[in-house]
Design a protein around this ligand. Structure first.
Ligand code: GLP
Length: 243
């Protein structure tokens, strides 16, 4: 795993944007896997900025998001569909039909999961995946458990995740209890993974994920086996890796 240490959040975001733009340059119809949360916001700002300067176009790319809360629709301000529109899609030249996010409003989880798997298959899998990590080691919303779940599934969010994500909601009780998430197989099959880590509060879980045993109890630990991960992190998030 290549590790790129950055002095701050801005440098991390800018380095990640360099790679995304370089990949789009090589392949204008790139399939880009997208993440949500606070960590990739700076990267999305950079991409919008570069689009504004005319150095990159997203016209032909296709995107596939990692996850969505069950019960929230694209007009709910806390949904990931809304997040993607307001933090990236509505500011760039991407074709809305080329963007894909699980439909949180589809209560029939079996049909939603197989539909999303079919979308991923139709796209031929992900070329470049942006990834963050949850405090409990989750990637996408693949929560700790006793098995890696390969494909899209409905997941019960852990108390730790609900606690961490309550900051985006008015009340803790408003945080959905379930989410749809892309499975580990499809994340792992991405040809390149840009793994972003920011904040001192992620230092412990990053050490566990990269130096500890590969186990579904720490879903991100599977990345130890991937041959093309670039970890771009703030120094303070990576400070426990050398111990
Ligand atoms: C969220 C998302 C993940 C994200 C993670 C970390 O719940 N489902 O895709 O990587 O948690 O979020 P943050 O970057 O805000 O710490």
């Amino acid at each position: 795993m290549e590790i790129v240490r950055c002095r701050d959040y801005e440098e991390m975001s800018s380095k990640a944007a360099d790679i995304v733009c370089e990949e789009i340059g090589k392949r204008p119809d790139l399939v880009l896997g997208l993440a949500t949360g606070s960590t990739p916001l700076g990267l999305y700002r950079e991409l919008i900025d570069r689009y504004g300067k005319g150095t990159v176009s997203f016209k032909k790319i296709k995107t596939v998001n990692l996850d969505e809360y069950v019960g929230l629709g694209e007009d709910d301000a806390q949904s990931y569909a809304y997040y993607m529109r307001s933090n990236l899609f509505s500011h760039i030249d991407i074709a809305p039909g080329n963007t894909h996010i699980p439909d949180g409003k589809n209560a029939d989880h079996e049909s939603e999961c197989s539909k999303y798997d079919a979308v991923i298959d139709e796209l031929g899998g992900v070329d470049v995946q942006i990834l963050g990590i949850g405090h409990d080691g989750h990637i996408g919303f693949n929560e700790p458990g006793n098995a890696f779940i390969p494909r899209t599934h409905r997941v019960k969010l852990t108390e730790e995740t609900i606690e961490a994500n309550k900051r985006f909601f008015e009340r803790r009780a408003d945080v959905p209890k379930f989410a749809y998430t892309m499975g580990i197989r499809d994340i792992f099959r991405a040809r390149k993974i840009i793994f972003l880590v920011s904040g001192k509060d992620k230092a412990g879980i990053i050490r566990e994920a990269l130096k500890g045993p590969i186990t579904p109890e720490v879903p991100a630990s599977i990345l130890q086996l991937h041959s093309n991960v670039i970890l771009i992190g703030e120094d303070k998030a990576l400070e426990l890796l050398d111990e």
